[in-house]
Design a protein around this ligand. Structure first.
Ligand SMILES: NC(=O)C1=CN([C@@H]2O[C@H](COP(=O)(O)OP(=O)(O)OC[C@H]3O[C@@H](n4cnc5c(N)ncnc54)[C@H](O)[C@@H]3O)[C@@H](O)[C@H]2O)C=CC1
Ligand SMILES: O=C(O)CCC(=O)N[C@@H](CCC(=O)O)C(=O)O
Length: 465
């Protein structure tokens, strides 16, 4: 089956290739695992550091490819490439801190704690950060001694293939990290193959749930699910309205809203909502939407494809049918392309709002009378990835932190832009308590406890006849 990838900003064909053979790749990975796991950690670390150097050497070409295949502005894809390279040093530190070795004296010998890799890891990636996010699974997995079969999103196969070539160029053996392109069926082959020891997934909650079901009868398979969000940003009692508006724009519209940590819902104290909107709406109006290489650079590119744009339009229209007030419209200047303007809807007071991730530039505003209502609205979701409070008192922040049900709870910062040096994951429909980024080390190896005697010495103290 042929897979074709097109540039969102132009519709031009960028890449075509055949679906990969996932089963054959797993076979090669299994064969490569023992030797890779047996190599000293220092060797694996050196090869990954060489990979980081290859990424830096190729940074311009890599950023251009990501920009063409995702439509993200070039300024932004440069930051993605930098994050790919930076992942190595962070993962080395995390591996040392989170896994490592502990040897204690014990009667007649020692008690030891060491970690071992799981084996063959299937890595399934999304399209919004087609290099950085799967790489965030792959670097720690490889460092720990696992081998990886990586299936990039069917919307970004060119970036996936390129990423894996950089590993090979650095000297990581070809069967230790492989790229298998394809759509959901190739993903399903990977998750159903009993030779796979772990599934490291970043993508939508629906797919994460399907993967959880596919693995339900194999509890020994490590399963790390990084999924979507319906994230709240609460703005409370502040006169720094221009700064608050900037944080809102960064949270809702960076990457055209295609971040799992994007703010989907702005919850604001009713008495200050009009003054905040007086700052926010002109700023939203100033957002430049355009193609990745435009000069001057846009803030937002297109969403990934026309299907995604159609879906967002439907979600937006449904909210309007339910009574949402349009404060800034979702427009699509060229119906043949997925370039969308940033939208703001006031959904205050609408009953039965869908608790759904609209993965694009649509922000819903909810006005609330008091902080109790703000917390209630913030938590009114089955997701739990990120939440942020802008403004408010110290006491309100303490309460917000305590009562927010999310893996990332920020103060006076955007909901997105999470650091790779911190754990990254959510609760509910957002994740299964196997956070990535700094804590990815935890799911990439398992602890082995050993009681080690110097000699064979044994005695049964009591109870013998
Ligand atoms: N929490 C996190 O760290 C992040 C989550 N995301 C989420 O990802 C979504 C956007 O990415 P998409 O590419 O649309 O996600 P998606 O869920 O459609 O696809 C992700 C990957 O899973 C594969 N896949 C699809 N169905 C499968 C199945 N049944 N079995 C195995 N593999 C399958 C796809 O081919 C793709 O490689 C959003 O919901 C976003 O919130 C995106 C980035 C970060
Ligand atoms: O995985 C990491 O190293 C850190 C997490 C991260 O990069 N988060 C970004 C992107 C998340 C997304 O796709 O949606 C963020 O929080 O903006």
């Amino acid at each position: 089956m042929t897979l074709i990838s097109t540039e969102p900003a132009t519709g031009a064909e960028l890449w075509r290739g055949e679906h990969g053979d996932a089963s054959a790749a797993i076979g090669r990975a299994r064969a490569a695992f023992p030797a890779w796991a047996a190599r000293p950690l220092a060797e694996r670390k050196a090869l990954l550091e060489a990979f980081a150097e290859e990424v830096k050497k190729d940074a311009d070409a890599f950023a251009e490819l990501i920009a063409r295949e995702t439509g993200k502005p070039l300024w932004e894809t440069k930051t993605e490439v930098a994050a790919v390279a930076a992942k190595v040093a962070i993962s080395v530190r995390a591996h040392e801190e989170r896994t490592g070795e502990r040897i204690d004296d014990a009667p007649g010998g020692r008690s030891a704690l060491r970690h071992k890799p799981h084996g063959v890891m299937a890595v399934l990636g999304p399209y919004n950060f087609p290099a950085h996010l799967p790489n965030g699974h792959m670097v720690p997995a490889l460092l720990a001694g696992n081998v990886c079969v990586f299936k990039p999103s069917e919307k970004t196969p060119a970036v996936g293939e390129y990423l894996v070539k950089l590993y090979h160029r650095a000297g990581v053996p070809e069967d230790v990290v492989q790229c298998v392109v394809g759509a959901a069926d190739v993903g399903r082959t990977l998750t159903s193959d009993t030779r796979v020891d772990g599934v490291l997934f970043t993508g939508s909650s629906n797919t994460g749930i399907a993967i959880g079901k596919a693995l339900a009868e194999r509890p020994g398979v490590i399963c790390a699910l990084e999924m979507g969000g319906n994230n709240p940003l609460v703005v409370w009692d502040t006169d720094k309205l221009a700064e608050a508006a900037t944080i809102i724009v960064q949270s809702a519209y960076t990457t055209a809203g295609q971040r799992c940590t994007a703010a989907r819902r702005l919850i604001v104290k009713d008495s200050m909502a009009d003054s905040l909107l007086a700052e926010l709406l002109p700023l939203v109006d100033r957002i430049r939407v355009g193609a990745p290489f435009d000069d001057p650079q846009p803030y937002m590119g297109p969403v990934i494809d026309n299907d995604a744009a159609d879906g967002l339009q439907r979600g937006y229209d449904q909210l309007i049918e339910m009574g949402a007030k349009v404060l800034h419209p979702l427009e699509r200047p060229d119906p043949a392309l997925p370039l969308l303007t940033p939208a703001v809807l006031d959904v205050t007071g609408i009953e039965g709002l869908p608790d759904r991730e609209l993965f694009g530039p649509v922000l819903q505003i909810v006005r609330v009378p008091d902080f109790d209502a703000a917390i209630e609205a913030a938590n009114d979701t089955a997701y739990g990835l990120s939440a942020s409070l802008v403004g408010g008192s110290e006491k309100e922040w303490q309460r917000f932190w305590r009562e927010s049900r999310a893996g990332i709870v920020n103060r006076n910062k955007p909901t997105n832009g999470a650091s790779s040096a911190a754990p990254f994951g959510g609760t509910g429909l957002s994740g299964n308590h196997r956070p990535g980024a700094f804590y990815a080390a935890d799911y990439c190896s398992y602890p082995v406890a050993s009681a080690e005697g110097d000699e064979i010495e044994a005695s049964i103290g009591v109870g013998l006849k």
